[in-house]
Design a protein around this ligand. Sequence first.
Ligand code: 0X9
Ligand code: ZN
Length: 440
Amino acid sequence: MKSFNCLEVGILISFLFFLSFVDGNPKFMSPEKRHEFSGFKLYQVSTRSNEGLKVLRDLWEEQDSEDEGFDFWSPPKIDENGTAEVMVPKNQESDFQNLLNSFSMNYSVVIDDIERLVAKQYAGMFREKSMSWTEYHYPETLFSFLTNLVSTRNGLYVNTSTIGLTVERRPIKLIKISSGGPGKQAVFIDGGIHAREWISSAVSTYIVNELVHNSTKYEDLLRRFDFYIIPLLNPDGYAHSCNYNRLWRKSRKANDLFFGLIGCRGVDLNRNFGYSWGGRGSGRQPCSLIYAGPQEFSEPETAAIRDFIASDENADIDWTAYFTLHSFGQKWLSPWGHTSVLPEDYSEMERVGRIGIKALRAVHGTRYSFGSTANTLYIASGSSMDWWKGVVGVPYSYTLELRDYGLFGFLLPAYQIIPTAEETWAGIQASLLAIPEKKN
Ligand code: 0X9
Ligand code: ZN
Protein backbone atom coordinates (compact mmCIF):
# COMPACT_ATOMS: atom_id res chain seq x y z
CA MET A 1 0.00 0.00 0.00
CA LYS A 2 1.19 3.48 -0.82
CA SER A 3 2.37 5.48 2.17
CA PHE A 4 1.83 9.24 2.29
CA ASN A 5 4.52 11.74 3.12
CA CYS A 6 3.97 14.80 5.30
CA LEU A 7 3.44 17.08 2.32
CA GLU A 8 0.74 14.86 0.85
CA VAL A 9 -1.03 14.55 4.19
CA GLY A 10 -0.86 18.33 4.56
CA ILE A 11 -2.36 18.85 1.11
CA LEU A 12 -5.14 16.37 1.84
CA ILE A 13 -6.04 18.06 5.13
CA SER A 14 -6.06 21.50 3.46
CA PHE A 15 -8.27 20.16 0.70
CA LEU A 16 -10.77 18.77 3.21
CA PHE A 17 -10.67 22.03 5.11
CA PHE A 18 -11.37 23.91 1.88
CA LEU A 19 -14.24 21.56 1.02
CA SER A 20 -15.81 22.14 4.38
CA PHE A 21 -16.28 25.79 3.41
CA VAL A 22 -17.65 25.14 -0.04
CA ASP A 23 -21.29 25.75 0.84
CA GLY A 24 -20.42 28.82 2.87
CA ASN A 25 -20.87 26.98 6.11
CA PRO A 26 -17.61 26.40 8.01
CA LYS A 27 -18.50 23.00 9.38
CA PHE A 28 -15.08 22.12 10.85
CA MET A 29 -14.68 25.21 12.92
CA SER A 30 -17.60 26.64 14.74
CA PRO A 31 -20.69 25.11 16.27
CA GLU A 32 -23.62 25.37 13.91
CA LYS A 33 -25.40 28.71 13.98
CA ARG A 34 -29.13 29.22 13.98
CA HIS A 35 -30.43 29.58 10.44
CA GLU A 36 -31.97 33.02 9.93
CA PHE A 37 -34.76 33.72 7.48
CA SER A 38 -34.54 37.50 7.31
CA GLY A 39 -36.08 38.76 4.11
CA PHE A 40 -37.47 35.34 3.19
CA LYS A 41 -41.05 35.33 1.96
CA LEU A 42 -43.68 32.70 1.34
CA TYR A 43 -45.36 32.95 -2.05
CA GLN A 44 -48.47 31.15 -3.14
CA VAL A 45 -48.34 30.41 -6.86
CA SER A 46 -50.80 28.87 -9.26
CA THR A 47 -51.09 28.37 -12.98
CA ARG A 48 -53.68 27.13 -15.43
CA SER A 49 -51.26 26.33 -18.23
CA ASN A 50 -49.47 23.02 -18.70
CA GLU A 51 -46.33 24.93 -19.54
CA GLY A 52 -46.50 26.81 -16.23
CA LEU A 53 -47.16 23.59 -14.35
CA LYS A 54 -44.12 22.01 -15.93
CA VAL A 55 -41.93 24.95 -14.88
CA LEU A 56 -43.14 24.62 -11.28
CA ARG A 57 -42.63 20.86 -11.31
CA ASP A 58 -39.10 21.19 -12.67
CA LEU A 59 -38.26 23.76 -10.02
CA TRP A 60 -39.69 21.50 -7.34
CA GLU A 61 -37.66 18.52 -8.48
CA GLU A 62 -34.45 20.51 -8.62
CA GLN A 63 -34.57 21.85 -5.10
CA ASP A 64 -31.79 21.01 -2.75
CA SER A 65 -32.18 20.55 0.99
CA GLU A 66 -29.13 22.62 1.84
CA ASP A 67 -28.80 25.44 -0.60
CA GLU A 68 -30.47 28.78 -0.31
CA GLY A 69 -32.72 28.36 -3.33
CA PHE A 70 -36.49 28.25 -3.49
CA ASP A 71 -38.04 25.88 -0.97
CA PHE A 72 -41.38 24.41 -1.93
CA TRP A 73 -43.30 24.18 1.33
CA SER A 74 -45.87 22.37 -0.67
CA PRO A 75 -45.35 21.15 -4.23
CA PRO A 76 -47.57 22.00 -7.20
CA LYS A 77 -50.85 20.21 -6.40
CA ILE A 78 -52.67 18.29 -9.09
CA ASP A 79 -56.22 19.18 -8.09
CA GLU A 80 -55.73 22.91 -7.48
CA ASN A 81 -54.29 24.51 -10.64
CA GLY A 82 -50.82 23.50 -9.56
CA THR A 83 -51.08 25.66 -6.46
CA ALA A 84 -47.80 25.61 -4.56
CA GLU A 85 -46.35 27.49 -1.61
CA VAL A 86 -42.77 28.51 -2.21
CA MET A 87 -40.33 30.13 0.22
CA VAL A 88 -38.11 32.60 -1.59
CA PRO A 89 -34.90 34.20 -0.23
CA LYS A 90 -34.64 37.96 -0.62
CA ASN A 91 -31.79 37.87 -3.11
CA GLN A 92 -33.80 35.67 -5.48
CA GLU A 93 -37.10 37.45 -5.25
CA SER A 94 -36.84 39.45 -8.45
CA ASP A 95 -35.67 36.41 -10.47
CA PHE A 96 -38.59 34.48 -9.06
CA GLN A 97 -41.11 37.17 -9.93
CA ASN A 98 -39.68 37.48 -13.45
CA LEU A 99 -40.09 33.77 -13.95
CA LEU A 100 -43.69 33.80 -12.72
CA ASN A 101 -44.51 36.80 -14.91
CA SER A 102 -42.99 35.27 -18.00
CA PHE A 103 -45.36 32.30 -17.67
CA SER A 104 -48.31 34.50 -16.64
CA MET A 105 -48.68 32.71 -13.32
CA ASN A 106 -50.82 34.02 -10.51
CA TYR A 107 -49.09 34.72 -7.26
CA SER A 108 -49.41 36.43 -3.94
CA VAL A 109 -47.22 36.86 -0.89
CA VAL A 110 -48.66 34.87 2.00
CA ILE A 111 -45.95 35.50 4.62
CA ASP A 112 -43.83 38.58 4.09
CA ASP A 113 -41.41 37.99 6.94
CA ILE A 114 -40.64 34.35 7.68
CA GLU A 115 -37.98 35.26 10.25
CA ARG A 116 -40.49 37.12 12.38
CA LEU A 117 -42.72 34.04 12.64
CA VAL A 118 -39.78 31.71 13.27
CA ALA A 119 -38.43 33.98 16.03
CA LYS A 120 -41.88 34.13 17.59
CA GLN A 121 -42.13 30.35 17.72
CA TYR A 122 -38.71 29.96 19.28
CA ALA A 123 -39.45 32.68 21.81
CA GLY A 124 -42.41 30.68 23.13
CA MET A 125 -40.29 27.61 23.87
CA PHE A 126 -38.47 26.87 27.10
CA ARG A 127 -35.96 24.14 27.89
CA GLU A 128 -37.15 23.02 31.29
CA LYS A 129 -40.88 22.99 30.66
CA SER A 130 -43.41 20.39 31.52
CA MET A 131 -45.71 19.18 28.80
CA SER A 132 -48.53 21.38 27.56
CA TRP A 133 -50.45 22.03 24.34
CA THR A 134 -50.30 25.81 24.41
CA GLU A 135 -46.77 25.90 23.07
CA TYR A 136 -44.41 23.69 21.11
CA HIS A 137 -41.70 21.78 22.96
CA TYR A 138 -38.14 20.55 22.61
CA PRO A 139 -37.77 16.79 22.03
CA GLU A 140 -36.55 16.23 25.60
CA THR A 141 -39.89 17.50 26.97
CA LEU A 142 -41.82 15.15 24.68
CA PHE A 143 -39.61 12.23 25.74
CA SER A 144 -40.04 12.84 29.45
CA PHE A 145 -43.80 13.22 29.02
CA LEU A 146 -43.93 9.88 27.20
CA THR A 147 -41.55 8.10 29.60
CA ASN A 148 -43.50 9.19 32.66
CA LEU A 149 -46.92 8.11 31.42
CA VAL A 150 -48.72 5.87 33.84
CA SER A 151 -52.10 4.28 33.70
CA THR A 152 -54.74 6.31 35.49
CA ARG A 153 -57.24 3.59 36.25
CA ASN A 154 -57.72 -0.11 36.65
CA GLY A 155 -58.03 -1.97 33.41
CA LEU A 156 -56.10 0.55 31.33
CA TYR A 157 -52.70 -0.57 30.19
CA VAL A 158 -50.18 2.03 29.16
CA ASN A 159 -46.76 0.99 28.06
CA THR A 160 -43.98 3.19 26.67
CA SER A 161 -41.12 1.42 24.93
CA THR A 162 -38.13 2.47 22.87
CA ILE A 163 -38.21 0.57 19.59
CA GLY A 164 -35.00 1.98 18.15
CA LEU A 165 -32.35 4.66 18.31
CA THR A 166 -31.66 7.32 15.72
CA VAL A 167 -28.30 8.16 14.19
CA GLU A 168 -27.82 10.79 16.89
CA ARG A 169 -28.85 8.22 19.52
CA ARG A 170 -32.26 9.63 20.33
CA PRO A 171 -35.02 7.16 21.23
CA ILE A 172 -37.93 6.26 18.99
CA LYS A 173 -40.66 5.94 21.56
CA LEU A 174 -43.81 3.95 21.04
CA ILE A 175 -46.77 4.08 23.39
CA LYS A 176 -49.28 1.28 23.57
CA ILE A 177 -52.64 2.04 25.17
CA SER A 178 -55.09 -0.77 25.67
CA SER A 179 -57.98 -1.74 27.86
CA GLY A 180 -56.68 -5.29 27.75
CA GLY A 181 -58.12 -8.56 26.62
CA PRO A 182 -57.70 -10.47 23.37
CA GLY A 183 -59.23 -9.97 19.96
CA LYS A 184 -58.90 -6.21 19.63
CA GLN A 185 -58.29 -4.43 16.36
CA ALA A 186 -55.14 -2.32 16.34
CA VAL A 187 -54.59 1.28 15.30
CA PHE A 188 -51.18 2.77 14.59
CA ILE A 189 -50.64 6.53 14.61
CA ASP A 190 -47.41 8.40 13.99
CA GLY A 191 -46.33 12.02 13.90
CA GLY A 192 -43.14 13.90 13.25
CA ILE A 193 -41.86 11.97 10.23
CA HIS A 194 -41.04 15.36 8.75
CA ALA A 195 -39.05 17.52 11.13
CA ARG A 196 -40.65 20.90 10.44
CA GLU A 197 -44.23 19.65 10.76
CA TRP A 198 -44.29 20.30 14.51
CA ILE A 199 -48.08 20.29 14.76
CA SER A 200 -48.13 16.58 13.89
CA SER A 201 -46.18 15.66 17.04
CA ALA A 202 -48.20 18.06 19.17
CA VAL A 203 -51.44 16.44 17.97
CA SER A 204 -50.02 12.94 18.53
CA THR A 205 -49.07 13.69 22.14
CA TYR A 206 -52.51 15.28 22.65
CA ILE A 207 -54.13 12.01 21.53
CA VAL A 208 -51.87 10.01 23.87
CA ASN A 209 -52.77 12.35 26.72
CA GLU A 210 -56.49 12.06 26.03
CA LEU A 211 -56.42 8.27 25.90
CA VAL A 212 -54.34 7.98 29.06
CA HIS A 213 -55.77 10.76 31.23
CA ASN A 214 -59.37 10.92 30.02
CA SER A 215 -59.80 7.28 29.16
CA THR A 216 -63.31 7.04 30.55
CA LYS A 217 -64.44 9.27 27.66
CA TYR A 218 -63.19 6.69 25.18
CA GLU A 219 -64.62 3.45 26.51
CA ASP A 220 -66.36 2.51 23.26
CA LEU A 221 -63.22 3.12 21.31
CA LEU A 222 -60.95 1.26 23.74
CA ARG A 223 -63.35 -1.67 23.88
CA ARG A 224 -62.70 -2.23 20.18
CA PHE A 225 -59.21 -0.88 19.55
CA ASP A 226 -55.68 -1.01 20.93
CA PHE A 227 -53.63 2.07 20.14
CA TYR A 228 -49.96 2.16 19.17
CA ILE A 229 -48.62 5.69 18.86
CA ILE A 230 -45.22 7.11 17.90
CA PRO A 231 -45.54 10.87 18.37
CA LEU A 232 -42.03 11.71 17.19
CA LEU A 233 -40.61 9.43 14.52
CA ASN A 234 -37.81 11.75 13.41
CA PRO A 235 -36.44 13.21 16.66
CA ASP A 236 -33.05 14.13 15.16
CA GLY A 237 -34.69 16.21 12.45
CA TYR A 238 -37.08 17.73 14.98
CA ALA A 239 -34.19 18.67 17.30
CA HIS A 240 -32.44 20.29 14.35
CA SER A 241 -35.61 22.19 13.52
CA CYS A 242 -35.88 23.35 17.16
CA ASN A 243 -32.25 24.39 17.49
CA TYR A 244 -30.86 25.37 14.08
CA ASN A 245 -33.09 25.33 11.07
CA ARG A 246 -36.81 25.64 11.73
CA LEU A 247 -37.60 24.49 8.19
CA TRP A 248 -35.58 21.27 8.12
CA ARG A 249 -37.58 18.32 6.72
CA LYS A 250 -35.47 15.17 6.57
CA SER A 251 -33.61 13.08 9.15
CA ARG A 252 -30.01 14.02 9.99
CA LYS A 253 -27.98 11.09 8.74
CA ALA A 254 -24.63 12.00 7.23
CA ASN A 255 -24.99 10.67 3.70
CA ASP A 256 -21.59 11.47 2.37
CA LEU A 257 -17.93 11.45 3.12
CA PHE A 258 -16.26 12.04 6.44
CA PHE A 259 -19.27 11.81 8.71
CA GLY A 260 -21.18 14.51 6.93
CA LEU A 261 -18.47 17.13 6.97
CA ILE A 262 -18.86 17.18 3.23
CA GLY A 263 -22.12 16.84 1.36
CA CYS A 264 -25.77 16.82 2.26
CA ARG A 265 -27.51 15.37 5.26
CA GLY A 266 -30.71 13.54 5.82
CA VAL A 267 -33.16 11.12 4.25
CA ASP A 268 -36.83 11.84 3.64
CA LEU A 269 -38.18 9.12 5.91
CA ASN A 270 -41.48 9.24 4.04
CA ARG A 271 -39.67 7.96 0.94
CA ASN A 272 -37.65 5.26 2.71
CA PHE A 273 -40.32 2.60 3.33
CA GLY A 274 -40.15 -0.67 1.45
CA TYR A 275 -43.04 -0.48 -0.94
CA SER A 276 -42.35 0.74 -4.45
CA TRP A 277 -39.25 2.28 -2.91
CA GLY A 278 -37.24 4.63 -5.12
CA GLY A 279 -40.03 5.11 -7.66
CA ARG A 280 -41.56 8.30 -8.98
CA GLY A 281 -41.72 11.28 -6.66
CA SER A 282 -38.68 10.29 -4.64
CA GLY A 283 -35.11 11.58 -4.92
CA ARG A 284 -31.96 9.56 -5.66
CA GLN A 285 -29.48 12.27 -4.71
CA PRO A 286 -28.61 12.88 -1.04
CA CYS A 287 -29.13 16.61 -1.48
CA SER A 288 -32.70 16.16 -2.62
CA LEU A 289 -35.39 17.29 -0.22
CA ILE A 290 -37.17 14.00 -0.97
CA TYR A 291 -34.09 11.75 -0.88
CA ALA A 292 -35.27 8.13 -0.57
CA GLY A 293 -32.03 6.89 1.04
CA PRO A 294 -29.54 4.38 -0.38
CA GLN A 295 -32.00 1.49 -0.09
CA GLU A 296 -35.39 0.71 1.39
CA PHE A 297 -35.45 0.81 5.19
CA SER A 298 -31.85 2.02 5.25
CA GLU A 299 -32.68 4.36 8.12
CA PRO A 300 -32.98 3.38 11.80
CA GLU A 301 -36.27 5.26 12.16
CA THR A 302 -38.08 3.34 9.41
CA ALA A 303 -36.32 0.03 10.16
CA ALA A 304 -37.52 0.29 13.78
CA ILE A 305 -41.14 0.27 12.60
CA ARG A 306 -40.57 -2.56 10.14
CA ASP A 307 -38.89 -4.66 12.85
CA PHE A 308 -41.56 -3.90 15.41
CA ILE A 309 -44.30 -5.06 13.06
CA ALA A 310 -42.35 -8.12 11.93
CA SER A 311 -41.34 -9.35 15.39
CA ASP A 312 -42.75 -12.69 16.49
CA GLU A 313 -44.18 -11.09 19.58
CA ASN A 314 -46.40 -8.85 17.45
CA ALA A 315 -47.23 -11.35 14.73
CA ASP A 316 -50.86 -11.75 15.83
CA ILE A 317 -51.76 -8.07 16.02
CA ASP A 318 -54.77 -7.31 13.84
CA TRP A 319 -53.66 -4.04 12.21
CA THR A 320 -56.83 -2.29 11.11
CA ALA A 321 -56.06 1.39 10.68
CA TYR A 322 -52.98 3.51 10.16
CA PHE A 323 -52.85 7.30 10.42
CA THR A 324 -49.69 9.23 9.65
CA LEU A 325 -49.88 12.87 10.68
CA HIS A 326 -48.25 15.55 8.55
CA SER A 327 -48.78 19.18 7.74
CA PHE A 328 -50.04 21.19 6.01
CA GLY A 329 -52.96 21.54 3.56
CA GLN A 330 -56.03 20.08 5.33
CA LYS A 331 -56.20 16.88 3.34
CA TRP A 332 -57.31 13.38 4.29
CA LEU A 333 -55.34 11.22 1.89
CA SER A 334 -55.53 7.54 1.07
CA PRO A 335 -53.41 5.18 -1.06
CA TRP A 336 -51.86 5.07 -3.37
CA GLY A 337 -49.05 7.56 -3.34
CA HIS A 338 -46.86 5.76 -5.87
CA THR A 339 -49.47 5.39 -8.62
CA SER A 340 -52.67 7.10 -9.66
CA VAL A 341 -54.37 3.71 -10.04
CA LEU A 342 -56.85 3.32 -7.18
CA PRO A 343 -56.80 0.32 -4.84
CA GLU A 344 -59.75 -2.05 -5.09
CA ASP A 345 -61.19 -1.00 -1.75
CA TYR A 346 -60.77 2.72 -2.38
CA SER A 347 -64.48 3.43 -2.00
CA GLU A 348 -64.57 1.86 1.48
CA MET A 349 -61.52 3.91 2.52
CA GLU A 350 -63.24 6.97 1.11
CA ARG A 351 -66.49 6.25 3.00
CA VAL A 352 -64.66 5.97 6.31
CA GLY A 353 -62.39 8.94 5.55
CA ARG A 354 -65.34 11.19 4.70
CA ILE A 355 -67.02 10.32 8.00
CA GLY A 356 -63.79 11.44 9.67
CA ILE A 357 -63.75 14.70 7.69
CA LYS A 358 -67.33 15.47 8.65
CA ALA A 359 -66.69 14.91 12.36
CA LEU A 360 -63.51 16.96 12.13
CA ARG A 361 -65.36 19.87 10.56
CA ALA A 362 -68.11 19.75 13.19
CA VAL A 363 -65.61 20.79 15.89
CA HIS A 364 -64.24 24.12 14.61
CA GLY A 365 -65.55 24.34 11.03
CA THR A 366 -62.23 23.32 9.45
CA ARG A 367 -62.61 22.00 5.91
CA TYR A 368 -60.66 19.05 4.61
CA SER A 369 -60.64 17.47 1.19
CA PHE A 370 -60.43 13.73 0.54
CA GLY A 371 -58.59 11.87 -2.18
CA SER A 372 -55.95 9.38 -3.10
CA THR A 373 -52.53 10.94 -2.71
CA ALA A 374 -51.40 10.49 -6.28
CA ASN A 375 -54.63 11.94 -7.67
CA THR A 376 -54.97 14.93 -5.37
CA LEU A 377 -51.47 15.87 -4.29
CA TYR A 378 -48.66 14.35 -6.30
CA ILE A 379 -46.93 11.03 -6.80
CA ALA A 380 -44.77 9.98 -3.86
CA SER A 381 -43.12 6.54 -3.66
CA GLY A 382 -41.77 4.76 -0.60
CA SER A 383 -44.17 6.41 1.84
CA SER A 384 -45.28 4.89 5.11
CA MET A 385 -48.95 4.99 4.06
CA ASP A 386 -48.32 2.86 0.96
CA TRP A 387 -46.17 0.39 2.91
CA TRP A 388 -48.84 -0.06 5.59
CA LYS A 389 -51.42 -0.74 2.93
CA GLY A 390 -49.31 -2.72 0.48
CA VAL A 391 -47.13 -4.78 2.81
CA VAL A 392 -48.67 -4.83 6.29
CA GLY A 393 -52.08 -5.08 4.65
CA VAL A 394 -53.89 -2.62 6.89
CA PRO A 395 -57.35 -2.02 5.35
CA TYR A 396 -57.55 1.67 6.29
CA SER A 397 -54.37 3.63 5.70
CA TYR A 398 -54.37 7.42 5.72
CA THR A 399 -52.11 10.45 5.59
CA LEU A 400 -53.62 13.48 7.30
CA GLU A 401 -52.20 16.82 6.22
CA LEU A 402 -53.23 18.94 9.21
CA ARG A 403 -53.80 22.70 9.42
CA ASP A 404 -53.53 25.07 7.91
CA TYR A 405 -54.38 25.85 4.34
CA GLY A 406 -51.26 27.87 3.63
CA LEU A 407 -51.56 30.98 5.77
CA PHE A 408 -48.86 29.98 8.26
CA GLY A 409 -47.97 26.60 6.77
CA PHE A 410 -45.34 24.85 8.88
CA LEU A 411 -45.21 27.85 11.22
CA LEU A 412 -48.69 27.22 12.59
CA PRO A 413 -48.95 29.39 15.73
CA ALA A 414 -49.05 27.59 19.06
CA TYR A 415 -52.53 28.93 19.88
CA GLN A 416 -53.83 26.65 17.12
CA ILE A 417 -52.41 23.45 18.65
CA ILE A 418 -55.42 22.70 20.85
CA PRO A 419 -58.13 23.38 18.24
CA THR A 420 -56.17 21.40 15.65
CA ALA A 421 -55.74 18.52 18.07
CA GLU A 422 -59.40 18.55 19.12
CA GLU A 423 -60.70 18.40 15.58
CA THR A 424 -58.15 15.85 14.35
CA TRP A 425 -58.85 13.54 17.26
CA ALA A 426 -62.61 13.86 16.68
CA GLY A 427 -62.08 12.96 13.02
CA ILE A 428 -59.92 9.95 13.82
CA GLN A 429 -62.37 8.66 16.43
CA ALA A 430 -65.36 9.00 14.12
CA SER A 431 -63.59 7.23 11.29
CA LEU A 432 -62.52 4.38 13.58
CA LEU A 433 -66.04 3.91 14.87
CA ALA A 434 -67.27 3.78 11.26
CA ILE A 435 -65.10 0.76 10.54
CA PRO A 436 -67.23 -2.41 10.52
CA GLU A 437 -66.75 -4.48 13.63
CA LYS A 438 -64.77 -7.62 13.26
CA LYS A 439 -66.83 -10.80 13.41
CA ASN A 440 -65.23 -13.29 15.75
O1 0X9 B 1 -44.66 14.48 0.52
C1 0X9 B 1 -45.01 13.92 1.56
O2 0X9 B 1 -44.32 13.05 2.10
C2 0X9 B 1 -46.35 14.27 2.19
N1 0X9 B 1 -46.59 15.67 2.15
S1 0X9 B 1 -45.70 16.66 3.09
O3 0X9 B 1 -45.99 18.03 2.70
N2 0X9 B 1 -46.21 16.51 4.58
O4 0X9 B 1 -44.34 16.32 3.00
C3 0X9 B 1 -47.45 13.55 1.45
C4 0X9 B 1 -47.42 12.12 1.69
C5 0X9 B 1 -48.60 11.47 1.15
N3 0X9 B 1 -48.19 10.63 0.11
C6 0X9 B 1 -47.99 9.35 0.31
N4 0X9 B 1 -48.19 8.81 1.46
N5 0X9 B 1 -47.57 8.61 -0.69
ZN1 ZN C 1 -44.92 15.64 5.91
